[in-house]
Ligand binder design. Structure first.
Ligand code: GRG
Length: 322
């Protein structure tokens, strides 16, 4: 994953550094790579002893297929910002990636987006067949809740209960499923900005929100921080999807690891379609700036070090190339 994020704290004119900038010396590329490696190791060790072996193989095929691992990294970063130990949030971070991966498997099915390419390889149903892909997705979703409820040692039960609640809301009708239904219903229709925002806040934003909230909940975050993280997540969630829409037009399938130009083929309304590329990018950048601004109380002084990853991750959302 490229991390083309400036960690400079000064303005171009050499003025006073903005309070929401990562502190000088924060090496985001190194942070991202270290976090990604921790997540990969945890994902690798997370499955087993699923039986039959064919189910385990189909689950592992998609779960260990790479991807940016943004969701688990957001969860760990939020936990650490709230003063927690990232290791305690790792089972939840893995659960979030399991839910995300299952949503990709189901999204790629012929009955939904009907795609052949994901994370640079053939989609799950192309390799294992539709029935097995559906079941691998189902098993990943249910395993996600097992990770939280049964495989999170050292986290107080009431915090785990709150995490289960957030994951349920993010996954079901109030989140991904609801967003996906409206998205499918809107294909080929004229969609206004409000509906588009509804789709993206549910289909994409809900899980990103769960990432930061669950990480913070595990650390016992204050209500003030949780509220700031809700606002942060709304901003990065919408910005993430705007950039996703832009990349669908501007990047190649090879770089994206999934079929580029899909939105046009499926006759989907996107931000570039409604606003044009330039205004879409400006909107994403404004959303990221708003998201970072709410973390200002946790970015100053000594605490700046802890907020730095979430600030830089917000910037990464708009600077990413895939
Ligand atoms: C969760 C119960 C349940 C059902 C899923 C299919 C479905 C219902 C929802 C679709 C959700 C979906 C595919 C949203 C798109 C989100 C999105 C922008 C994905 C791309 O995320 P990246 O770029 O991908 O982080 P990588 O591969 O890097 O992880």
């Amino acid at each position: 994953m490229t991390a083309a994020v400036s960690t400079s704290t000064g303005s171009a004119s050499g003025g006073v550094p903005p309070t929401d900038a990562p502190p000088a010396g924060f090496d985001f590329a190194a942070y991202l790579e270290a976090a990604r490696l921790r997540v990969e190791a945890a994902l690798d060790g997370s499955l087993g002893p699923e039986r039959p072996e064919s189910l385990r193989e189909a689950m592992r095929y998609s779960l260990l297929a790479g991807g940016k691992r943004l969701r688990p990294i957001l969860c760990l970063a939020a936990c650490e910002l709230a003063g927690g130990d990232g290791a305690q949030a790792m089972p939840t971070a893995v659960a979030l990636e399991m839910i995300h991966t299952m949503s990709l498997i189901h999204d790629d099915l012929p009955a939904m987006d009907n795609d052949d390419l994901r994370r640079g390889r053939p989609t799950n149903h192309k390799v294992y067949g539709e029935a097995n892909a559906i079941l691998a997705g189902d098993a990943l979703l249910t395993r996600a809740f097992e990770m939280v409820a049964l495989r999170s040692p050292g986290v107080p039960a009431e915090r785990l209960l709150a995490v289960v609640g957030e994951l349920s809301l993010a996954s079901g009708a109030p989140g991904l499923v609801g967003g996906q239904v409206v998205d499918l219903e809107c294909e080929g229709k004229d969609v206004d900005l409000e509906t588009l925002e509804y789709i993206h806040l549910h289909k994409t934003g809900a899980l990103l929100r769960a990432c930061v909230l669950t990480g913070a909940l595990i650390a016992g975050a204050s209500e003030a921080l949780l509220e700031a993280l809700r606002t942060y997540a709304r901003g990065i969630g919408l910005a993430f999807q705007i950039i996703d829409d832009i990349l669908d037009v501007t990047a190649s399938s090879e770089v994206l690891g999934k079929t580029a130009g899909k939105d046009l083929i499926a006759d989907k309304t996107t931000y570039p379609k409604l606003l044009g590329l330039e205004e879409s990018r400006q909107r994403a950048e404004a959303l990221v700036a708003e998201a970072k601004a709410v973390l200002a109380p946790w970015s100053a002084g000594e605490a700046g070090g802890k907020a730095a990853p979430l600030l830089a991750l917000a910037d990464y959302i708009t600077s990413r190339d895939r």
